[in-house]
Design a protein around this ligand. Structure first.
Ligand code: G3P
Length: 223
């Protein structure tokens, strides 16, 4: 499963990239607004750090305006992926851009039929927002499962990008269900490498090693 980081914070992206397991980046208007930086400049900076897909979202909600907004973004770097919302105009814009071989990430997906249409329109990525579905009492991961089944039934090549991830269990479930990609905040990516027994076990090894060293100093081996 590919792992993307879901942030527009450059330090977090560099930190995740330094782990050697980062495959891409997703941004959205809320994440960019939080940084208080120029959108284009930040995307240029991100693309210098990460070679994999970098999602850049348009804020227009009408086909022609979406395409016009996408044009300068596409020029930033070859790894830019245009992020469009799962609405009718977004679907039409997805088809227009995909027909031009521009990669599209269809975002704000909350049910499997949106994913089916996105695949038919040639989307490169579909982003089910699992955390937000959970937030309103639904089962976000069930939607991922449904999309996986539909895509497998018809051999659609659109990649499932599990998004709105809140905790490591979402990552476990995404990987077990065959989500192609999961995008998560830095905190969750770091949590993936953590287990309390690893910390306890490591401390015990290091303590034992210290004791062994003391014994070796006190009782040097006979020549
Ligand atoms: O990038 C979109 C998505 O991951 C948003 O997550 O936490 O705002 O629901 P969240």
């Amino acid at each position: 499963m590919d792992i993307y980081i879901d942030t527009a914070n450059l330090d977090e992206i560099k930190r995740a990239a330094s782990l050697g397991v980062l495959d891409g980046v997703t941004t959205n208007p809320s994440l960019v607004a939080k940084e208080g930086v120029d959108f284009r400049t930040r995307l240029e900076e991100i693309c210098q750090v990460v070679e994999g897909p970098v999602s850049a979202e348009v804020v227009a909600i009408e086909h022609d305006a979406m395409i016009a907004e996408a044009e300068p973004l596409i020029q930033i770097a070859p790894n830019i992926v245009i992020k469009l919302p799962c609405i009718e105009e977004g679907l039409r814009a997805c088809k227009t851009l995909s027909d031009r071989d521009v990669k599209v990430n269809m975002t704000l997906c909350f049910q499997p039929l949106q994913a089916l249409l996105a695949a038919k329109a040639g989307a490169f990525l579909i982003s089910p927002f699992v955390g937000r579905i959970d937030d309103v009492g639904g089962d976000g991961m069930e939607v991922v499962q449904q999309i996986r089944q539909i895509y497998d039934n018809y051999s659609y090549t659109t990649k499932i990008l599990t998004a709105s991830i809140r905790h490591p269990q979402h990552m476990v479930q995404a990987a077990m269900m065959g989500s192609d990609v999961a995008t998560a905040p830095l905190k969750v990516i770091q949590q993936m490498m953590k287990h309390p027994l690893t910390d306890v076990g490591l401390k015990r090894f290091l303590d034992d090693w210290e004791k062994a060293k003391t014994l070796l100093v006190k009782e040097p081996a006979m020549a």
